[in-house]
Design a protein around this ligand. Structure first.
Ligand code: FES
Ligand code: FES
Length: 180
């Protein structure tokens, strides 16, 4: 029997399970955009370097251009289309809108998915490369501009909207603390 180059898989995306047949080499990014029509997730470099394709996989950020769709079976994937709660925007989306955290908007879905996870990672006490004291019993560090820049450094913005992006992430993080 010749080796098969296609697989039947099911992907759970934004709370819905989809059955699809894909070439084994299909990336999660292409499966989302081409098979499921979820074009909010953008393709920038297709090489894991720009962050435009960032989604959440089991709540953690992942660049979907570097993951094969067949390897994403069983994971709970959230794309930008699934970040809001129905008609209610996520606080990160609200902050990006209110503080102009974008210009052309191409990087924005990835920026927002990343920021959602950054705020959770920080709240859970995960250090970053900008954190001075990384001992497990160290005092929590504030999510200041240096921490945000470092933690969001995998998401490039060709328009250079970084100043407003940092402000938006800080605003959303402050709101998350108030509502926690
Ligand atoms: S498109 Fe995936 S990191 Fe650039
Ligand atoms: S807003 Fe244009 S690339 Fe970021």
């Amino acid at each position: 029997m010749p080796p098969t180059t296609r697989s039947d898989i099911s992907l759970r995306v934004n709370g819905e399970t989809h059955a699809l047949t894909v070439d084994n080499r299909t990336t999660l990014l292409d499966a989302l955009r081409e098979n499921l029509g979820l074009t909010g997730t953008k393709k920038g470099c297709d090489h894991g370097q720009c962050g435009a394709c960032t989604v959440l996989t089991d709540g953690r950020r992942a660049v979907s251009c570097l993951q094969l769709a067949v390897a994403a079976e069983g994971a709970d994937i959230t794309t930008i289309e699934g970040i809001a709660d129905g008609e209610d925007l996520h606080p990160v989306q609200e902050a990006f809108l209110e503080l102009d955290g974008y210009q052309c908007g191409y990087c924005t879905p990835g920026q927002i998915c990343s920021a959602v996870a950054v705020i959770k990672e920080h709240a859970a006490g995960w250090p970053s490369a900008a954190t001075d004291d990384v001992r497990p019993d160290a005092e929590p560090v504030p999510l200041d501009a240096a921490e945000i820049r470092e933690r969001m450094s995998g998401n490039l913005c060709r328009c250079g909207a970084y100043t407003a992006i940092v402000r938006a992430v800080a605003r959303a993080s402050d709101e998350a603390k108030v509502t926690a």
